[in-house]
Structures are given as C-alpha cells and as structure tokens.
Design a protein around this ligand. Structure first.
Ligand code: ZN
Ligand code: ZN
Length: 107
C-alpha cells in the first residue's frame, strides 16, 4: 500500500507579490490535487524547504481549495518561463507571472 505523497510548493500572489505555500496531495501517479494554501512569512526564511520544481504530472485544485491567502484568487497557474506558481483570478486566458513577469498559462 503506497504512502500518500504530499508536497508543499511555493507560490506568489500576483497582486500583492507576497509568497505563499500550496499543499498538493498525489491522488494517483502523476496527478496532484491542491488542497490548501497558506501565507509564508519571508522573514521566517523557510522558503528553501519548499519544493517548486520537481512536480511531474498534472495538477488540479480540490473543491475546498481556499485560493490565494492574500487576494482570494481562486486559481493558480504555472509559469511556462520560470516554472514558478502564482495566483490567478480565473478570468483571463493568460496571467502575468509574479516571479519573472512573463505571461503564463493558467492550470
Ligand atoms: Zn493572490
Ligand atoms: Zn515566470
């Protein structure tokens, strides 16, 4: 019986520029479900512990996903340029990456 894989990825609010963490649970091989988001205090210096680059597969958000902890954007997107994650309002077809400024495709 396989253990449940859980990772915390680092994301950034597109509006406020503040960082937050997203909790992903692996539901089946290569499939991840975002279940929770929480603010990360920069001063805490814990960002190194978050894994933002090693997530092979596809992603979805659970029905209970709370959205961005800062601006309440309900969705997230992954930047195609830098591979980082930011919040997204779910309306525009593209979103500006809060990390590198390029346009990303929402999940
Ligand atoms: Zn946000
Ligand atoms: Zn980017």
């Amino acid at each position: 019986m396989a253990e449940q894989n859980i990772v915390i990825i680092l994301a950034r609010c597109s509006r406020s520029g503040k960082n937050y963490g997203i909790r992903l649970v692996q539901t089946s091989p290569g499939k991840w479900l975002g279940t929770w988001a929480f603010p990360i205090k920069k001063a805490a210096g814990k960002e190194k512990g978050y894994d933002s680059e090693t997530m092979p597969g596809t992603f979805a958000l659970s029905d209970t996903f709370p959205g961005c902890p800062y601006c309440k954007n309900p969705h997230i997107f992954e930047c195609e340029e830098c591979g980082m994650v930011g919040c997204w309002n779910g309306k525009m077809s593209v979103a500006a990456c809060p990390w590198c400024g390029s346009l990303g495709r929402p999940w």
